[in-house]
Write a protein that binds this ligand. Sequence first.
Ligand code: ADP
Ligand code: MG
Length: 690
Amino acid sequence: MPSSTTGSLISAGVGTLRGIGPALEKKLARLGIETLQDVLFHLPFRYEDRTRVTPIGAVRPGDAYVVEGEVVACDVTYGRRRSLLAYLQDDTGKVGLRFYHFSKAQHHNLKTAGKIRCFGEIRAGASGPEIYHPEYSKLSAREPMEEALTPIYPATEGVSQGRYRSMAEQVLAMLDAEPLEELLGGDWPLSLNEAIRYLHRPPSDANTGAMLDGVHPAQSRLAFEELTAHQVSLRIVRAEIQKLTAPEMAAPAQKYEEARTAFGFTLTNAQARVSAEVAQDMMKPQPSLRLVQGDVGSGKTVIAALAATHTHENHFQTALMAPTELLAEQHFINVSSWLNPLGIKTAWLSGRVTGKKREEALARIAMGEASVVIGTHALFQKDVHFKSLGLVIVDEQHRFGVHQRLALREKGTEGNASPHQIVMTATPIPRTLSMSMYADMDVSIIDELPPGRTPITTTVLSDEKRDGVISRVADACAEGRQAYWVCTLIEESEALQCQAAESTAEELEKLLPNVRIGLVHGRMTSTAKTSVMNEFKLGNLDLLVATTVIEVGVDVPNASLMVIENSERLGLAQLHQLRGRIGRGSAASNCVLLYKKPLGTISKERLEVMRQSNDGFFIAERDLEIRGPGELLGARQSGALQFRIADLMRDQSMLQDVRSTAQTLLDHSPDDADKLVRRWIKDPERVGQV
Ligand code: ADP
Ligand code: MG
């Protein structure tokens, strides 16, 4: 086995590469690219074939080609927009090269260029094929063609494709000298190093179809290794947790019973069952970990409040963490209103609580005066000390990583005593997956909604009907109903999303002078957000224009109308979450999904699913059927399952082998198992302290 550079590749920063200064380093860090090894694992998501020249007569719109020929014309044209249009000709045909941005010099150079080689995507122009802004170079001598397919990497603003290629090139060269150590054992058609090289520099005859689907053997090789690393780390953590002890609580007593009546409603059967399961956990001397899964609006907060009461009765503290400031604050308000009257004190902590207020909160937490501490991940910063943390509750856990969650547990661990843990989520996780990747969890499902809800009627409309929708909002508000108008622009930055919400609010204010309109978005201060939310809750605002910040947890039962713009661009799980903000009161609720034309068949089917069903599990299943597995737990929905290369749905069939490989490694080569975890998983503690 060759000697290994694993250590240096893991630890050497990208700043040691040629051409990477501090500014680029920062930008790359946003993509999680910090070390040389990160460069290797940052794989292209598609490839371009620049290995051969295609006769111009054979190009087809929609695909990208290298073409060569003579520049036969080059003039400025004045259509809808001024542009520079050149024509490139070979023996088989002619293609237009169009530039919307160009200089005089470029015009001149191209006009006199003679023979050139171009690369770009073909579009169907009014008078034949065209390429917009092709890359091109003069063909004076015989330029060599690319030998490998050209990789296109997932990018962040301000880092060019050329930069990623140059980084990969440099690190691959180091890999030649000192390959990564093979840790899995067994026979593989491709070694780890070969697989990495292949994916960064596939030969011209590579099966790009398989690579696009993520099922090429080179990808499977890496995915398998990554899944094994996670499995190993979960097993190590689990083994460690099993050595710990947790507060062994007495059965729920008087306060617990009082809390049950403090809600002002009777628990549903499902809530009663799940809260009993949770209480049983806490009466055991080992740290428990329970996943409470329940659809939007099923009443998970109640489960948290009861568990916190139980913990209080046993003189321990509870930490309740939510992923956003807004949601955490809602929890704080609700839980405080239920539990404070029973003499159970609460404390509030977020990144924005600073100075004296923060010190005060920290003191109340450290002295144990505050029984239930509610906040964002600020709860787990270094200077937060609990007197006796007995229970950690993480809400909407799909927003947090597995390892972040594990780090949270560590927060409350002292010596060999650890708190109990509950994670709550509305995201349905298919059972096969939860069994293999959440093997350390028990699962409870709240499969019933509180009574008295009127189902939401959903309509799907083209945004050509937007005016009609606006007057519907006006009518609803005139009748005393409240409404949300959700602005989404998922592909753009958060800043753009906020701008969209701002301008929509302005527009609606002009069109609807009699409607009291509020605005919340992610760029407002938390005080400003909270005060708008409170006004809305109190009924002093009729219409709330918002970005997807309201996606989780916001609870205003009187709101019964929701309009979602660009709904075709959101995932179904996210739409379902958003829609769950209405249908919470006794009034019949309506959701209007606006979309932009043209709408593809898949998008049409997906919106149709939203129209038909209010059931989160059903929606997730249909989403899976329509889109295929790749995306169900795609990017943001799967925060809990963050992988660099693997995809749990796509790679499901590997899981059985992954488990046995992990076990074999742990049994026979614990050192390699350890190295494997360090290769793939960044320091869990650091992740937890964001
Ligand atoms: P989620 O599971 O989405 O977090 P919440 O805990 O926010 O749901 O509860 C949604 C709404 O339902 C809240 O207004 C809550 O007070 C109310 N609720 C919860 N349980 C019940 C119940 N058993 N009966 C009536 N209303 C309930
Ligand atoms: Mg909730």
